[in-house]
Design a protein around this ligand. Structure first.
Ligand code: ADP
Length: 452
């Protein structure tokens, strides 16, 4: 069911319920009033007739004639008068005799002074009347045709008014609900226009401070994030293609050249060596990209193990030394790491090794002596790994950007690399809920600090 219909229905049901309760109370109180007023009427009629009969001594015949005459025009009150010995002194219409007075009834009127009750739709009043020191019991009954007709009219009026009001309320409800939901409708049509190709579109925001404006703002902010993430994805893909194209183009050009002219054996060897070096670069890039993808997984999908960080560092140093024999490392374990258990951390060993290898390789790559120093500390219960070099260092502008994928600083343009290493390292550290910080001075050296 649409919200508009639901709102209208809810509104109508709510107002209808209030209206019905309201109408019910009015009808009930009118019906109570009618009954009370008619009993008062009956009492007055009974007293008038008692006075005529007992005080004015009007003849029974005359009273009968008045009764009969009135009965033809209105619903005349039928009165009966008894003495205290329950003997009937006067009766308007003995033949019809609507109230069948019994001794019990007369006794209770005598006891209670007054009695009210209904006999079918006829209201009956019984009362004690004192005259000349004697007790008389009077009963009076009549059908309140006028009162009932008025009540019936009220009933019909209430029904008609309720139906008309409900129709008005339902149409007003529909009108206001669609007006209230208009901004949402507009929002839906605007959102429908936003596709992957025009992510720059935004929801119009009429500077209101209501919830819908807040929703539009939140949605726009989400679009901003999506757009920038889309842009960086596009940038990422174009960077990858660029990084792949350069060594591939070099391989093709060298192989083409070797095919096109007769060469000495040494020249062929050189060509093969060059092609091999470019192919190795490609393998390194694709491995880095694969690791990058792994480090971007949901942390719940990655296996963490309790391992000794010093062992991972040693493995990383060994692997790097194997790949480049000019690389040298110093490994220092600070006094703060008193026990072996302090070196144990919950990490993904493969990714942690990749991250440390990137930092260690950079330390050697960006320093003339190809020398890196790794130190392990325990600072306030947290394992801290410092990787330092006395190399070329980097500028403050570079420091700000080095963790972005494919960013290469001015200092490293002539050295081999693809700019993935540090962004991958940062991703891995983030995945381990750790932090990475860097301090560097041009021509003095660089220090990376990982806190786990
Ligand atoms: P790559 O080394 O392949 O260029 P990285 O992501 O590992 O990519 O590093 C990004 C940039 O950060 C490098 O191009 C370099 O400018 C700078 N950098 C990283 N480590 C160091 C370091 N130890 N000394 C100086 N510059 C560094």
């Amino acid at each position: 069911m649409k919200i508009k219909t639901r709102l209208t229905l809810l509104f109508t049901v709510l107002v209808a319920s209030i209206l019905l309760v309201f109408a019910g109370v009015i009808y009930w109180s009118s019906s109570q009033n009618r009954e009370i007023e008619f009993y008062e009427e009956l009492e007055k009629e009974a007293i008038t007739k008692a006075k005529l009969f007992l005080e004015a001594k009007v003849k029974t015949n005359t009273l009968h004639r008045i009764y009969l005459n009135n009965s033809q025009i209105i619903n005349e009150v039928e009165v009966a008068i008894y003495n205290s010995s329950f003997e009937l002194l006067y009766h308007d219409d003995v033949e019809i005799d609507r109230v069948k007075e019994t001794d019990e009834m007369l006794t209770s009127i005598l006891k209670l002074n007054q009695l009210h009750f209904m006999q079918d739709d006829w209201q009956v009043i019984g009362m004690l009347y004192k005259y000349d020191g004697k007790d008389y019991i009077i009963t009076a009954t009549a059908f309140d045709e006028y009162g009932y007709t008025k009540l019936q009219n009220l009933f019909y009026t209430i029904i008609v008014l309720t139906i008309v009001s409900l129709l008005v309320i339902a149409s007003l409800g529909t009108f206001f609900a669609s007006r209230a939901l208009m901004p949402i409708k507009k929002m839906i049509s605007e959102v429908n226009k936003i596709t992957a190709t025009n992510l720059d579109l935004r929801l119009s925001n009429e500077q209101n401070k209501d919830e819908l404006a807040a929703l539009a703002n939140t949605f726009n902010e989400m679009l901003n994030r999506l757009e920038s993430s889309f842009d960086s994805q596009k940038q990422f893909v174009s960077n990858i293609s660029h990084e792949l194209r350069t060594p591939l183009a070099a391989i093709i050009a060298e192989l083409d050249l070797a095919l096109n002219k007769e060469n000495e054996k040494e020249a062929y060897v050189q060509t093969i060596q060059n092609a091999l070096a470019d192919a190795k670069k490609l393998v390194k890039l694709s491995n880095s990209l694969l690791d990058f993808a792994k480090a971007s997984y949901d942390p719940t999908e990655i296996v963490f193990k309790e391992v000794r960080i010093d062992e991972i560092i040693l493995d990383a140093c060994q692997k790097l030394q194997k790949s480049n024999s000019t690389y040298k490392f110093n490994f220092l374990i600070d006094e703060s790491v008193e026990e072996e258990e302090m070196m144990i951390a919950s990490v993904n060993p493969y990714l942690m090794e990749v991250a440390l290898m990137n930092l260690l390789e950079n330390a050697c790559k960006y320093s003339d002596n190809h020398h890196g120093t790794v130190s392990l500390f325990n600072i306030r219960g947290r394992l801290v790994i410092k990787i330092a070099d006395k190399g070329i260092g980097m500028s403050a502008e570079d420091i700000e950007k080095i963790f972005k994928p494919f960013y290469r600083g001015d200092n490293g343009k002539y050295l081999e690399g693809n700019g993935i290493g540090l962004s991958l390292t940062k991703k891995v550290v983030d995945l381990h809920k750790g932090t990475i910080a860097v301090t560097s001075q041009v021509n003095k050296g660089t220090e990376f600090v990982i806190t786990l």
